[in-house]
Design a protein around this ligand. Structure first.
Ligand code: CDP
Length: 577
């Protein structure tokens, strides 16, 4: 093995790596270093290269390139790849969607698959919309049906018991269409504290509903078993109920299911009904996807973006993610089949807020939106080019005929999608940067990890700027003391140019949050993980307006979280999952 230079990791990254990523023996002793971890992953992923080349050195060559890309923290794949590549389990994807039909057979079969996926660190999304409503007839037993909610509870309890192999908190997405007769119960489901703690819930809102809302027409709820209208509701009341629940607890989120299907890259394989747990990855039933994120902060050199280096990294990252599909060991054959048919990958970004600081742009300013578009457009276009080039060597994804790529402009395409904006809850901690495209949460943070270890840190770029601005050591000390107490800079006596750069999430206008999400969505094939954080004083009306704007902007979904509301997020930004 080559002698490796020590990777430059922050203390908090080391804590997380030791707790959850570095391999352990059966006595629970750590048996690899961070350098060895990245080497294990690089080698395992690069072994796929042998499937496409006779060059005896090809695997070694790419193992080295992949190693450098990860060791520099330029790009990291999603957690299951870091945890399981090169290990017997070998399940490398973070995102799965499983089907649920209206039968006990289907429900409990899917429950078993869910257990297998959670054990390997993956998260699962389901649509419960096909389950007949509560009180409906059950022919075989001549009894009454218990409805989707009772089954969501079963999945929640099972998740609680499995705990994602002890390494991650179990994450699920439960989706119900807005025209399901049990929709009100679903919308209210998480208002009681400590219920469905392993689930994010989202209402699948249809264009038909949005149109009924606009035209103030009654909206039909339909029994999925016989397609008969059960009753009519006032769309305004349902819409209010969703906004009110989200205002109170953060749940449910909403997804715009017709917008999602408008961009379904493989409509000939079927309709998309659900997303993964954090909403950024719409998938077909049994489909899975592996994600990876580029650390944007590493591409700013002296206040300027190094486009050439970024381009190289995008191309290498696409190759890496395509290789992951080759070596991935899927928990059930149906998943293997459909994942290899579409070969979806999700390249995204992390450290966007830090990247802005390095470019001297405030997250609150219009130029943040411009740069978001510019950077994501570039990543999207280059990732398509990379997938196109790979397809020339390796062949198109098998479901290409009949897909949206099946046209003379793109005769080659290796992956049905190439881009996704993930939350990067854990991998951004490893890279030591802000998560995904979210703004900063605070300038000083205390995070509790799964194992109850407290990580306490100041934002490293904040300390850097104080030093650059020639504050004395004593001054820095007293500023940090005050920041520790306040968490944010708003009420502090500091130069405006510093305060504007270190603006935090609840200080940013909801419209700006949405505009940033929309800028990224415009150039992302899949969806964007983003929470629209609202100040405590925000009203239910504000939440409704955000939903309306999000729909008009063409977003695929939206999640709000009001400061101080009682909800507990399944995924904590900042990595305490
Ligand atoms: O940073 P990391 O790769 O660990 O994950 P992320 O970007 O925060 O989340 C990406 C996806 O991983 C989520 O949407 C889920 O599908 C899955 N996930 C999970 O299953 N369990 C968790 N505790 C966290 C994430």
């Amino acid at each position: 093995m080559k002698r490796r230079k020590r990777i430059n990791l922050r203390e908090s990254a080391l804590i997380i790596l030791r707790q959850r990523y570095l391999l352990k023996n059966d006595k629970n002793e750590i048996i690899e270093t961070p350098e060895e971890l990245f080497e294990r992953v690089a080698k395992a992923v690069a072994s796929a290269e042998a499937n496409f080349s006779k060059d005896p050195y090809i695997c070694e060559k790419y193992a080295e390139k992949f190693y450098e890309m990860m060791a520099n923290l330029d790009f990291l794949p999603n957690s299951p790849t870091l945890m399981n590549a090169g290990c017997p389990l070998g399940q490398l994807s973070a995102c799965f969607v499983l089907p649920i039909e209206d039968s006990l057979d289907s429900i409990f079969e899917t429950l078993k698959y869910t257990a297998l996926i959670h054990k390997s660190g993956g998260g699962t999304g389901f649509s419960f919309s096909k389950i007949r409503p509560k009180g409906d007839i059950v022919a075989s037993t001549q009894g009454v049906a218990s409805g989707p909610l009772s089954f969501i509870k079963v999945f929640d309890s099972a998740t609680e018991a499995i705990k994602q192999g002890g390494k991650r908190r179990g994450a699920n997405m439960g989706i119900l269409r807005i025209d399901h007769p049990d929709i009100e119960e679903f919308i209210l489901a998480k208002r009681n504290e400590n219920t469905l703690t392993n689930f994010n819930l989202s209402v699948a809102i249809t264009d038909q509903f949005m149109s009924a809302l606009e035209k103030k027409e009654k909206f039909p709820l339909i029994n999925p078993r016989n397609k008969k209208v059960v009753r009519y509701v006032d769309p305004e009341e349902i819409f209010f109920l969703i906004a009110e629940s989200a205002w109170e607890t953060g749940d449910p989120g909403v997804i715009f299911i017709d917008t999602i299907n408008k961009y379904n890259p493989t409509p000939h394989l079927g309709e998309i009904e659900a997303t993964n747990p954090c909403g950024e990855q719409p998938l077909l039933p049994f489909e899975s996807c592996n994600l990876g994120s580029i650390n944007l902060t590493n591409f700013v050199k002296d206040g300027k973006i190094d486009w050439e280096l970024l381009k190289e990294t995008i191309h290498l990252a696409v190759r890496f993610l395509d290789d992951v599909i080759e070596i991935n060991r899927f928990p059930v054959p149906q998943i293997d089949k459909i994942t290899r048919l579409t070969r979806k990958i999700g390249l995204g970004v992390m450290g966007f807020a830090d990247f802005l600081i390095k470019l001297n742009i405030s997250y609150s300013e219009p130029s943040a939106i411009e740069i978001a578009k510019k950077i994501m457009k570039f990543i999207n276009e280059e990732s398509i080019k990379a997938s196109y080039e790979l397809a020339k060597e390796r062949g198109n994804f098998p479901a290409y005929p009949g897909s949206i790529w099946d046209n003379p402009e793109t005769p080659f395409m290796r992956n049905a999608t190439t881009t996704t904006i993930a939350p990067t809850g854990s991998i951004s901690l490893i890279a030591g940067v802000s998560s995904g495209i979210e703004p900063l949460f605070g300038i000083y943070y205390e995070r509790k990890t799964l194992e109850n270890v407290f990580i306490k840190e100041f934002h490293p770029l904040f300390i850097e700027i104080l030093e650059r601005e020639n504050f004395s050591e004593n001054e820095i000390e007293s500023i940090l003391e005050e920041v520790k107490e306040k968490g944010i800079l708003r009420d502090m006596k500091l130069p405006e140019k510093i305060k504007r750069l270190f603006v935090t999430t609840y200080e940013i206008a909801p419209e700006q949050h949405l505009a940033i999400q929309s800028a990224f969505q415009k150039y992302t094939h899949n969806a964007v993980s983003k929470t629209i954080n609202l100040p405590k004083e925000a009203t239910v009306e504000d939440v409704k307006n955000i939903y309306l704007k999000a729909y008009k902007l063409g977003l695929k979904g939206v999640t709000v979280f009001r400061y101080g509301s009682k909800g507990e997020q399944v995924i904590y930004i900042g990595g305490s999952e």
